[in-house]
Design a protein around this ligand. Structure first.
Ligand SMILES: Cc1cc2nc3c(=O)[nH]c(=O)nc-3n(C[C@H](O)[C@H](O)[C@H](O)COP(=O)(O)O)c2cc1C
Length: 196
């Protein structure tokens, strides 16, 4: 495979284009965030990177709380809209008809239409350059019950999650394996001897 060398740039993909809710009371807002990810397992830690020019930056710097709502294919229009319009000019909940539900561990709302919401409390804010990284602990997770089977297993694949790849939105495609499948021993097939 031949490759062209470019200067360092943020071409990590796919990333989850999540809908982050923030604020409490009058200043509630939604912002689409692509720069997010997992930082630690125990305690469960995540981050979002925000440009200081965002209204959501002002709100989250003050309240030090936010909620990450995973987005689905059905939410793609809201994801894009909340990523190009500012809460300074428009109420994005109303404009996209997004119902909110009250938070439990944090004061900001969650999105009813998201299959999985994570209530986060900011632990540290690290200025990086264009963006500031808001490192946060995930206090509580709310999961759509239809995604959990009778044995308590979570089936995220049924949520129709959205992916963001270099400026474009995609659904998730085929499943090609599961954790550890490459080393898992195959079950031997029982051979039935023919008697006639
Ligand atoms: C797919 C997508 C991902 C985005 N990711 C980020 C991000 O990680 N950080 C950020 O500061 N802005 C990001 N933006 C831009 C903000 O969502 C956008 O500027 C928004 O209008 C800010 O809203 P606010 O002023 O109401 O907070 C993203 C936009 C889109 C469409």
């Amino acid at each position: 495979m031949s490759k062209i060398k470019w200067p360092g740039s943020v071409l990590l993909a796919p990333v989850p284009p999540v809908l982050v809710t923030c604020g409490d009371g009058d200043n509630e807002n939604i912002i689409t965030i692509g720069w997010t990810g997992v930082l630690n397992t125990k305690p469960p830690m995540t981050y979002i990177s925000l440009r200081p020019s965002r209204l959501s930056y002002e709100i989250i710097s003050t309240t030090r709380e936010f909620t990450i709502n995973l987005s689905t294919v059905d939410l793609v229009k809201a994801v894009d809209f909340c990523g190009v319009k500012s809460g300074r000019d428009i109420n994005k909940f109303e404009a996209m008809n997004l119902k909110s539900v009250p938070g439990e561990s944090v004061k900001c709302p969650m999105l009813a239409a998201s299959p999985l919401s994570m209530e986060c409390r900011v632990k540290e804010i690290i200025p990086l350059g264009t963006h500031e990284l808001f490192m946060a602990e995930i206090m509580t997770v709310h999961v759509e019950d239809a995604l959990i089977d009778a044995n308590g297993k979570l089936h995220m694949d049924k949520a129709n999650l959205l992916a963001y790849v270099h400026g474009e939105y995609f659904g998730l495609g085929e499943k090609y394996g599961s954790f550890g499948y490459s080393v898992r021993k195959k079950k031997k097939k029982k051979t039935v001897k023919k008697t006639n």
